[in-house]
Design a protein around this ligand. Sequence first.
Ligand code: BTN
Length: 244
Amino acid sequence: GSWEIHYLETVDSTNSWARQEARQGARDGGIYLTDYQSAGRGRRGRSWEVPAGTSVMFSILLRPDLAPENLSMLTLVMGLSVAEGIRAGTGLDAGIKWPNDVVVNGKKICGILTELDTVSHSVIIGTGINVNMTSFSEELREKATSIAAETGRSWSREQTAGRVIASFAENYRVFAGTGDMTGLKEAYQKILVNRGKQVRVLDPRAPFTGTALGIDDRGELLVKRADNGRVETVFSGEVSVRGI
Ligand code: BTN
């Protein structure tokens, strides 16, 4: 496919913008970019508020021919692309905390919100990357960081966006070949910060502790249980994983 960039200085949320365009027939491959969101959305109904001009925020509209259960893997593809883009552009040791947090020195540097719109049959992958913010609220200080905070200088948001989007375009091509993580698994695991670490799987029915081994072709986390040594596959939609 090909990509087409749309830009608005200010918008409510690029995910909402992309969804609206999708419902009006916009084609696959649209990238909706902004400098400021007045009603940015995060996961689990949270808001995503960022001062104007300090971050990269965009949503990609796709109309992939995929089974619904494979759509969640697109979040992994984007996480990998953001980590690769940051690594290539800044030299920072950006890693992935499964399933989709991109982290630097243990702190979150990017958020991804993937939404399925059944009305328009599209998937919208929204990405916010912390580039030039230098101060964080007390609530976020321990948990969040930015490229500037980690390197001590500011960076071009255009170049950061360009690198991440180029990386996504290439990774998406590989992903679409099989419709799963087969071709990207190795690259993903190489920078998976949970790998080899103790994790607690917060399955509401049967929580357990174990060692994260990597991911499988479907993007599920493989966890070797501490109690009986069995390897369990953890599906991202089902449970959350905490490092311990
Ligand atoms: C998270 O909770 O970690 C996900 C945050 C996703 C934020 C991005 S910014 C661009 C896009 N538009 C939105 O309203 N949200 C996503």
